[in-house]
Design a protein around this ligand. Sequence first.
Ligand SMILES: [Zn+2]
Length: 178
Amino acid sequence: MTQSEWLLPQPEDTIPTSGLRDSAGELDPLAAPGVIGIASELVLSLPITDERGHPTIPPDRHILDHLARAWALVDEDTIIEHPFEADTVAVVDVLPRCDRCGAEARYDTAVLDAVRGRCGAYICLQHIVDAEYTTLGMGAATYIMKTTEVPASIRQRVNQRLVEQDREPRFAPFGGQP
Ligand SMILES: [Zn+2]
C-alpha cells in the first residue's frame, strides 16, 4: 500500500479541473455532474442514518483515511498533498457520553441550544433527531466508531503499517479472525 492509498483520492487527482471552468473561471454546469459525483463518493451525500433510522457506517476507505491522519500512518507531505479528508468517522477506544442523556454517544456534531445557539455536542443514537445535520462529513457530523468495531482487514493493515514504522500495533489481535 503506497502512502497516498491510505487517504481519499482528492478531487484534483480524479478530474481535470481545468476542463470544469469556463473562461470567467466559473464552474461549467455541463461538467458539474461529474464534480457532484466525485464529491458524493467522497463525503457529501452520506446520510447520518438510513430510512429506518439505522446509523450509516462509513466505508472502509473513510476509516483508513481517518486512521492514517489521526495515527500518523503516512508522512506529513502526503497529508499536505491530500487536504480533502472524509471526516465521516472517528475511531476511539471509549465512546464519549451523549450531551443530552449521558448514554454512549455515536456522533460528534452540533445541536441547537436554547441559550448558546448552535454548539458542538456528542449525541447518542436516540438523540440524533436533535442534531443540526443529516449528513456525515466535514463540518456536519462524524460517526464515532470503537476500535473493536473496526473491520478486521483494516485492523490488520494498520497494525502492519505501525510495525513498518517501528511502532507498537494498536489493535489487539482478535481470536480466530485473520
Ligand atoms: Zn442521548
